[in-house]
Design a protein around this ligand. Structure first.
Ligand SMILES: *Cc1c(COP(=O)(O)O)cnc(C)c1O
Length: 320
């Protein structure tokens, strides 16, 4: 039996994060409100430290380690935002971090991760198994592995974004977040169910990788091949045990968005709200736009999950 995290764990995470994570701004846009005929509150985690909500979960998980565990350091595998989140949290807490990344990961991400003080170990994604490398490294050092989503402290940390949003804007009818492995969505659901019992909680995935939707609707965790999508923060192959069980219990439904819809939203955020949002961060708004008939007149919280995209790539997507 899994011991699922609860709202109390989100409250504890919020205490640990105070003074370390930004309380990110909540923005609105009269154009967006007019377009969908509803009132949207955007929680801007693209403006979080290191550029995504992942800092919350990583910092919470690292803060909760014992002194002995801190001395041994931590290991994580990621080519994306989780890598930078663990690296930055480690630097702030004085914990050594080692990140396992594919050798063909974008140079800018490797450099950013090293810049936060992590040791980066590369592997060949076609011939080597990253989980095996990670486990071996962790065994050698006696280090703890920090997973990107399926961990109670990671989930609780991610839930603090929704907690801040609800505390700031008051009751909402709907809250909607991007969905990859489900850390953000399950944490959001814990906070939302506690603070606004009647709220509807929705997750949104890339259409090419709707394993979460399939899992939610079929009643067991569905595994898929790595999906082809520009939403690189949601290219996960399956939900986790913790995240699936919370999502199944506390989430109302899961929707999808296409890459073209995400690009339209990137353009909207840049032009109208002066925000750089990475493709994955656009999933919430993309779904709201499609569902506007059902959402008419409601108060809707949308979590913009991150803004890490290099500017060349941003402009080529926008101009395509
Ligand atoms: C990791 C990530 C997600 C997905 O989060 P999960 O907790 O894996 O569901 C969404 N957006 C961004 C920007 C991310 O970095």
């Amino acid at each position: 039996m899994l011991n699922l995290p609860t709202y109390d764990d989100v409250v504890l995470a919020a205490k640990r994060l105070r003074g370390h994570a930004h309380r990110t701004p909540v923005l609105s846009s009269s154009t967006a409100n007019r377009d969908v005929n509803a009132q949207i509150f955007f929680k801007c985690e693209n403006l979080q430290r290191m550029g995504a909500f992942k800092f919350r979960g990583a910092f919470n998980a690292l803060s909760n380690l014992s002194d002995e565990q801190r001395r041994a350091g931590v290991v994580a595998f990621s080519s994306g935002n989780h890598a930078q989140a663990v690296a930055l949290a480690g630097r702030l807490l004085g914990i050594e971090t080692t990140i396992v990344m594919p050798e063909d990961a974008p140079h800018s991400k490797m450099e950013a991760t090293r810049g936060y003080g992590a040791t980066v170990i590369t592997y060949d994604r076609y011939t080597q198994d990253r989980e095996e490398i990670t486990r071996k490294l962790a065994d050698e050092k006696g280090a703890v592995v920090i997973p990107p989503y399926d961990h109670p402290d990671v989930i609780a940390g991610q839930g603090t974004a929704a907690k801040e949003l609800l505390e700031k804007v008051g009751p909402l009818d709907v809250i909607i977040t991007p969905l990859g492995g489900g850390g953000l969505l399950s944490g959001t659901a814990l906070a939302a169910r506690a603070l606004a019992p009647n709220i509807q909680v929705f997750g949104v995935e890339p259409e090419a990788g709707n394993d979460g939707q399939q899992s939610f609707r079929s009643g067991s965790i569905v595994h898929i091949d790595t999906p082809k999508t520009i939403a690189d923060g949601a290219q996960t192959q399956h939900l986790g045990q913790y995240t699936y069980n919370i999502i199944k219990r506390d989430v109302n439904d899961i929707f999808t968005a296409t890459d073209d819809e995400l690009v339209d939203c990137m353009r909207f955020f840049a032009e109208r709200m002066k925000l750089i949002v990475e493709p994955t961060g656009c999933l919430g708004l993309a779904a709201v736009r499609k569902m506007k008939d059902q959402l008419k007149g409601l108060r809707i919280g949308v979590i913009i999950s991150g803004g890490n995209i290099d500017i060349q790539r941003f402009s080529s997507l926008i101009h395509a």
